[in-house]
Write a protein that binds this ligand. Structure first.
Ligand code: ZN
Length: 349
């Protein structure tokens, strides 16, 4: 048995995605069939499309790793959720069976897919990437809980455990950076510096709680930070970009005795080496990496949902633009320009 779905598929690196009709097989053991409402496009997919991460070796393949939807059918062995549940799909692993669904046949070609993919009307995903969420949460807001919110906020709440009245600098203010800024503000950081390439984002970045903005293109970023925070440097620094220069900058902007540096941008595997002076690490400076902000999705996504419903976090403002599935390549181009927080795809338009 199959269900027909439209899907945006990566057939060739650096080429637009092709929208095709696929016969999606019903869920097998540990799998869940979900009708998708909204999917976010994350910077990770830009890397996949340009072949700058491992996914390049899987083409043709399905993409996407954050979405909201409704459970249509569950496979054998699935106990965590049931038909009719409103859910968030996330790449971050939670409880339940871990399955990689088999490739789908399409005109004698095999279309590969991972444990979670979301650029389609319907998808089949692994039980441990599906999370039940309150029906009160609007579907477009819920899709943000799949990646940007848990990663960005989790980094600050779970990893940094940011202290009140501290200072923090965030390099790269896209979906994840904005969430890190927002969480820092909620936890009571005194000074929050956002650094971004796009000077037009200054107002937006400040509206989420940044007290200062620095254009990444300016020379002497260190001097500017010194003026804002004093020469001791920042208590916390987050790099969401994952480039050699930004990772090294993050390390250098942090306080040498207690600075806590968090790297969360996905680095290009071909450009993995960074150069730092390790000496301060012996005296209390910390350098860590985080994938999903140490999120425990079965617990944390419910927490973020209720924070939104209680007006403690403003997620609505994080959605810059919503496109339809047939406009997905336009949406990808828009995201590439970088003048946005989150771009969503409405799968039912
Ligand atoms: Zn993501």
């Amino acid at each position: 048995m199959t269900v027909e779905t439209k899907a945006a598929v990566l057939f060739d690196l650096n080429k637009p995605l092709k929208i095709i009709n696929l016969d999606l097989p019903y869920p097998k053991k540990g799998e869940v069939l979900v009708k998708i409402f909204y999917s976010g496009i994350c910077h990770t997919q830009l890397l996949e499309i340009s072949g700058k991460n491992a996914a390049g070796s899987f083409i043709p393949n399905l993409l996407g790793h954050e979405a909201s939807g409704e459970v249509i059918k569950i496979g054998t062995g699935v106990t965590k959720i049931k038909k009719g549940d409103r859910v968030v799909l996330s790449w971050i692993k939670g409880k339940g069976l871990n399955v990689i669904p088999k490739p789908i046949n399409y005109k004698n070609i095999k279309i590969n897919r991972g444990s979670v993919t979301t650029f389609s009307n319907y998808t089949v995903v692994s039980e441990n990437r599906v999370f039940k969420i309150s029906k009160k949460l609007p579907a477009h807001i819920a899709s943000l809980l799949g990646c940007a919110v848990p990663t960005g906020m989790g980094m600050i709440i779970n990893n940094a455990k940011l202290k009140k009245n501290s200072s923090i600098t965030i390099i790269g203010c896209g979906g994840i950076g904005i969430n890190a800024i927002h969480a820092s503000k909620i936890l009571g950081a005194k000074k929050i510096v956002g650094i971004d390439l796009n000077k037009n984002k200054k107002k937006l970045i400040k509206s989420f709680g940044a007290t200062h903005f620095i254009n990444y293109k300016t020379k002497n970023i260190k001097e500017k930070i010194d003026k804002i925070l004093g020469t001791e440097g920042s208590d916390y620094v987050v790099d969401t970009v994952g480039r050699k220069e930004t990772m090294e900058l993050a390390y250098n902007l942090a306080n040498n005795n207690r600075g806590h540096v968090i790297l969360c941008g996905v680095p290009n595997p071909l450009d993995l080496k960074i150069s730092i002076n390790p000496f301060p690490l012996y005296y209390g400076k910390k350098l860590v990496g985080t994938g999903g902000g140490e999120t425990i999705p079965d617990k944390d996504l419910k927490k973020y949902a209720s924070m939104y419903l209680n007006n403690q976090i403003n997620l609505k403002k994080m959605i810059t633009k919503i496109y339809s599935l047939k406009e997905i390549n336009k949406a990808i181009q828009f995201l590439k320009k970088g003048n946005c927080v989150r771009v969503l795809i409405n799968m039912n338009e």
